[in-house]
Design a protein around this ligand. Structure first.
Ligand code: ATP
Length: 267
């Protein structure tokens, strides 16, 4: 482990997590012996081929699924406790906004559910609109927005209760390249500003390298950790980062690991 990371507090800890789907006689092991720690304010991507169990692992971490064996602790507590105290936000591939609520009303929803009044959360919501660049569009309805704008609303909504942790499952995968690149830069800036811990599922090497402090590569059938790569570019990530030699070199190394993971499986 690099020395800077070892000084940071462990926020999420996975120990020997396994997941088996199906009934007796027709069982499939999807995840096997997944063990790693995530530190406070760290951005960790889970990268691997389709079907290797990335979403399943994220869902287990977010208490949407239970592991078949092994343990997950978030700040030394079971994910259920953490979920009930709304200590994490979730952003999925599809933004799942409420069509009959405006941008602002979608972002306000979790605060409204908590029983706060608009005067209490007005400042928070104004700040979130500003953070995701949607102040001018606050009275628009989801169907009046582009896909990228809708995903920005989903991110703002996930941040509305100011959770220390964000779980994100391929949030940009349905978007075009240009919007994707732009949102990656914005997400990195949000992470820097808000100091969140982010676990991010991706199928894209360049996305994972651009956003992450560490990239965890999973192999498929069953999903196991193949390797963990530290991203050493520091906190300056711009459009030019992707053209830099360190970025290209790390992307190439990660691509090699991904292919290695697949070919071991085929042997
Ligand atoms: N509820 C379920 N019951 C049975 N099998 C499931 C269930 N959920 C997922 N699986 C299986 O688990 C495996 C991993 O699925 P998962 O969605 O976690 O993979 P993934 O790496 O996120 O894939 P992708 O990148 O394509 O989204 C797949 O083979 C899938 O069919």
């Amino acid at each position: 482990m690099n020395s800077e990371l070892s000084r940071q507090k462990v926020e999420i800890s996975l120990d020997g997590v396994c997941k088996v789907f199906g009934k007796k006689g027709r069982q499939v092991t999807v995840l096997q012996d997944i063990t790693f720690d995530v530190h406070q304010n760290e951005f960790v991507s889970l990268l691997g081929p389709s079907g290797c169990g990335k979403s399943t692992l994220l869902r287990i971490m977010a208490d949407l699924l239970q592991p078949s064996s092994g343990q997950i602790l978030i700040e030394k507590e079971h994910p259920r406790e953490v979920r009930l105290r709304r200590k994490f936000g979730i952003v999925l591939q599809q933004p799942t906004l409420f069509e009959w609520r405006t941008v602002q009303e979608n972002i306000e929803l979790p605060l409204e559910v908590l029983g706060q009044s608009r005067s209490e959360y007005r400042h928070t919501v104004d700040q979130l609109l500003d953070t995701v660049g949607l102040t001018k569009f606050k009275d628009y309805y989801p169907w009046q927005l582009s896909g990228g704008m809708q995903q920005r609303v989903a991110i703002a909504r996930a941040l509305s209760l100011d959770p220390p942790i964000l779980f994100m499952d391929e949030p940009f995968s349905a978007l075009d390249e240009f919007t994707k690149d732009k949102l990656q830069i914005e997400l990195y800036a949000i992470k820097k500003k808000t100091k969140k811990t982010i676990i991010f599922v991706s199928q894209s090497v360049s996305e994972a390298v651009f956003l992450s402090d560490r990239v965890i590569i999973l192999t498929a059938h069953p999903g196991r950790i193949h390797s963990i790569h530290h991203v050493g570019f520091g906190e300056e990530r711009t459009a030019q980062t992707r053209d830099s030699d360190p970025f290209q070199a790390l992307s190439a190394a990660i691509r090699t690991s991904l292919y290695e993971g697949q070919s071991h499986k085929a042997e």
